[in-house]
Design a protein around this ligand. Structure first.
Ligand code: DQA
Length: 152
């Protein structure tokens, strides 16, 4: 199976940005860890980060044409603003797990809104970078395990 693991703005600064909130692991280290985790499970992973909303829309569309069977998406701040990302996910209908490293439910009130959540099969919030691995596991589990109906 092929999955896309997409990260939005400022997530390339993991390890540098607010380590008290996002931890000390760098983005490159996270990608290396996820790439080998997926490889060990026979999952083809496409890892991508952009600071630009339209680039993320392009990547979601690419996932459709590439026949991806899942998307792990941390849209960063675009979570709280982007109808374009919601529309892209609704269009392609690829099972998508929303991931947030921090617990957005316990921070500023504007972080409580997620525009993309209605188009996601699950949301993993506040589990640190471990949340990305949990999202991969959910997608790899597939429909048989019923994960697509579950909100985490
Ligand atoms: C984030 C939470 C967002 O509110 C924030 O803008 C981010 C990262 C997270 O992973 O906790 O950039 O998505």
């Amino acid at each position: 199976m092929k999955i896309y693991i997409l990260n939005g703005p400022n997530l390339n600064l993991l390890g540098i940005r607010e380590p008290g909130i996002y931890g000390s692991l760098g983005y490159d280290e996270l990608c290396r860890g996820l790439a080998s985790y997926c490889e060990e499970r026979g999952i083809e992973a496409v890892l991508y980060q952009s600071n630009h909303e339209g680039d993320l829309v392009d990547k979601i569309q690419e996932a459709y044409f590439a026949g991806a069977s899942g998307i792990v998406l941390n849209p960063g701040a675009y979570t709280h603003t982007s109808i374009a990302l919601l529309d892209a996910l609704s269009a392609v209908k690829i099972p998508t797990v929303e991931v947030h490293i921090s617990d957005v439910t316990k921070r500023e009130s504007f972080r409580k809104t997620s525009y993309i959540r209605p188009a996601c099969v699950a949301s993993i919030i506040g589990h640190g970078v471990k949340g990305y691995y949990e999202a991969v596991d959910l997608l790899a589990g597939g429909k048989e395990t019923g994960v697509y109906a579950r909100k985490v």
